[in-house]
Ligand binder design. Structure first.
Ligand code: KIV
Length: 245
């Protein structure tokens, strides 16, 4: 799984054989330039869901339910998920939280909406955690995350994201749950992995958490290309007769 926020990126990741594409509310940070995901709205997710759907021909499309679009009540969660499916072209939705989100997950699944859970470091709770940091290092916290993961699976989610938890805890959850685990900063034992597309493509070299593997250095590639373009236009090397009508 990787994230995507627009049709061009969706087309490329789809053609490369990615199984699942996530329109993550990480778009609040990587696309909108915010410090966290909290200001992302349902309308933002609908817009980017439609953009990404336009680029996909085969991969499954999951769209995040943003902050405070499902926490108020099960009814609110149903309305938000319905909008993401009908207007945002989601094929499933992802929401954060374990025990506390289980009633919403259960209701969505009963309504025919496939759900992906998300436990561990849940970015919508960044201020409760005091920052983006590994969760579940201490036994009490690890037990809570394990309980959350079981609650998500019991409520009917078809997969679960484990974010920034120790690899031994991720391995235990993966062994105990019947549904696939998808890790980010959760080690190699997970059934699948997810990365933010712009992170794994190296578009911002300032962001380098331990869990990240970069598969390209697009920051350098794009900067070099832009510099070459500026130079060519200034020197008159571009455009030439070959580019003219
Ligand atoms: O919003 C997001 O991109 C995510 C992934 C990091 C799992 O939730």
């Amino acid at each position: 799984m990787v994230t995507a926020y627009d049709a061009q990126m969706a087309r490329l990741v789809d053609a490369a054989g990615i199984d699942m594409v996530l329109v993550g509310d990480s778009l609040g940070m990587v696309f909108q330039g915010g410090k966290d995901t909290l200001s992302v709205t349902v309308d933002d997710m609908v817009y980017h869901g439609r953009c990404v759907a336009a680029g996909l021909t085969r991969a499954h499309l999951t769209v995040d339910m943003p902050f405070m679009s499902y926490q108020v009540s099960v009814k609110q969660a149903m309305k938000t998920a319905g909008k993401l499916m009908q207007k945002g072209q989601a094929q499933s939705v992802k929401l954060e939280g374990g025990v506390r989100s289980a009633p919403a997950i259960r209701a969505l699944v009963e309504a025919g909406i496939p759900v992906v859970g998300h436990v561990g470091l849940t970015p919508q709770s960044v201020h409760a955690f005091g920052g983006f940091r590994v969760q579940g290092r201490e036994k009490e916290n690890a037990d809570r995350i394990l309980e959350d993961a079981h609650a998500v699976a019991a409520a009917g989610a078809f997969a679960i994201v484990l974010e920034m938890v120790p690899h031994a805890l991720a391995a235990q959850i993966t062994t105990e749950l019947a549904i696939p685990t998808i890790g980010i900063g959760a080690g190699p034992a997970c059934d699948g992995q997810v990365l933010v597309c712009t992170d794994m493509l190296g578009m911002d070299q300032r962001f380098s958490p331990k869990f990240l593997q970069r598969y390209a250095n697009l920051e350098q590639t794009i900067t070099d290309a832009m510099r070459s373009y500026v130079a060519d236009v200034k020197t008159g090397a571009f455009p030439t007769a070959a580019h003219s009508y």
